[in-house]
Design a protein around this ligand. Structure first.
Ligand code: ZN
Length: 275
């Protein structure tokens, strides 16, 4: 991800030097690029510290720019003579945006479909990206324990085996959560499904058979609860209407007024919920 901000600062800092310095020419030639590894930390009282590389450029006249690289590294480019305080102020102004971008980037990186299932990787559970801690203790039961928004996976360092345990855990949570939601909407809507099945489907979130058996992909449990609910209501409405007619959608609309937003959200985020 590459994001750029540029702005023209209010006052040009140079040209306002004290009189004595105004005519003084620098006696030393500094490279126009001060080391890109010139890392600056912007201390923040109640949020994260922002660390960035500062590049001062002679070519750059008035604008400051801020970029976030693919590895979350932040680079600020500034005019050569701009006072540090002004640069800090600029970064501080962008702090909320930077944090939001870094969070979004972390979420995107959490959603790589080819997961190695290694410590530090993020896995979704009900819309939340939670880090994995993988280890192997042969004296303990293998498998997943989910605690304090973290996955603890005890398993030999084998990708397939780790995936197997994670999938088993997801399926179990999917069954529990979806059974609960289907029960809730059964009572609310007075609809009785023939049963619930959890599948490994990759292309669809759910389905409803002729005999009203509901199927849900276990991956659905990675999505936020309101998205899960939309899929539940969608499939349950097929008990009444076995098609996607306007009558069907109006039935969904009665229960989930913002179903279109949720439907679109799922479509856009589908690739993130993979193992
Ligand atoms: Zn449908």
């Amino acid at each position: 991800m590459k994001s750029i901000f540029a702005r023209r600062p209010g006052a040009a800092p140079f040209g306002e030097l004290p009189r004595g310095q105004r005519t003084a020419k620098p006696s030393l030639h500094f490279p126009s690029r001060i080391s890109p590894g010139n890392v600056v930390v912007l201390r923040s009282v109640n949020a994260m510290d922002i660390q960035y590389s500062l590049i001062r450029s002679r070519k750059r006249k008035k604008t400051l720019s801020l970029q976030i690289g693919s590895r979350s590294e932040i680079t600020v480019q500034a005019p050569y003579h701009m006072p540090a305080a002004e640069i800090q102020r600029f970064v501080k102004e962008k702090q909320a945006w930077i944090e939001k971008s870094l969070r979004r980037q972390a979420l995107q990186q959490a959603s790589h479909s080819k997961k190695a299932c290694e410590t530090g990787e993020q896995f979704y559970y009900l819309g939340e990206a939670c880090p994995l801690e993988a280890f192997f203790d042969p004296l303990e039961y293998p498998g997943v324990v989910f605690r304090d928004h973290r996955f603890f996976l005890n398993c030999p360092a084998d990708r397939k085996l780790r995936k197997y345990f994670l999938t088993a855990w997801y399926r179990k949570q999917a069954r529990r959560h979806l059974t609960q939601r289907v029960d809730f909407y059964s009572r609310l809507l007075g609809l009785t499904p023939g049963g619930i099945r959890i599948t490994s489907a990759e292309k669809r979130w759910g389905s409803c058979s002729e005999k009203n058996h509901l199927s849900f992909a276990f991956r659905l449990i990675m999505a936020p609860p309101q998205m899960v609910d939309y899929v539940v209501v969608h499939e349950m409405m097929h008990i009444r209407e076995k098609n996607h007619s306007s009558k069907f959608w109006s039935l969904v609309l009665e229960v989930i007024p913002d179903y279109q937003t949720r439907r679109l959200w799922l479509r856009e985020h589908q690739q993130h919920f993979d193992l």
